[in-house]
Design a protein around this ligand. Sequence first.
Ligand code: FAD
Length: 136
Amino acid sequence: MYLTRLIYYSRCDASEGIDVESILQSAREHNARNQITGALWFDGTYFIQVLEGGRKAISDTYHRIARDPRHFDIELVSCELIDRRVFNDWKMAYVSDTQPNRDLIRKYSGTDQLKPREMSAASLLNVILEGQLVGG
Ligand code: FAD
C-alpha cells in the first residue's frame, strides 16, 4: 500500500446552510472503514481537506467527495506519497472558524483573508496542522 496524502480545497454556498456535523459524521464512518485519516477546515465558505491513507482508498474517496453537491470549485492542491501520517489519530479532525484558527491565515498567507488559490500545499497543511483540531 502506497501511503498517500491528498490536499484539496473547495467552496460552498453559505446561504444553503451547510450541515458540517453530518459531513464529518459520514466522513468518519467511511474513513474508519477505509483506514483514512485527516482533517477538514471549514470557515463557512471554504473547505480545506487533508486526506491520508492508501493510494487507492484516497483516490476512491477523493472522487466520491468531488461528486458531492454540497460543495463546488474543487481544486486539487497536491497528492503525494508520504512515509508517515501526520493525522494518525484522527479519522477526520475538524478545524472550525475560531479566532486562533483565523490568525493562522495571516501567518501562512499574504493577507488576513483566506485565499486558498494563492497558498501552497505546505502553507495549507500548516494552517490545518497548527489549528485547533476537534472531533474524532
Ligand atoms: P451516499 O451517502 O449514498 O450519497 C449519495 C450522493 O448524495 C452522493 O453524491 C453524496 O455526496 C450526496 N449526499 C450525501 N449526503 C448529502 C446531503 N446531506 N446533502 C446533499 N447531498 C448529499 N466522505 C468520506 O468518505 N471521507 C471524507 O473524508 C469525506 N469528506 C467530505 C468533505 C466534504 C467537504 C464533503 C462535502 C463531503 C465529504 N465526504 C467524505 C462525504 C462524501 O462526499 C460522500 O457523501 C460519502 O463518502 C458517502 O458516499 P456515498 O457514495 O456512499 O454517497
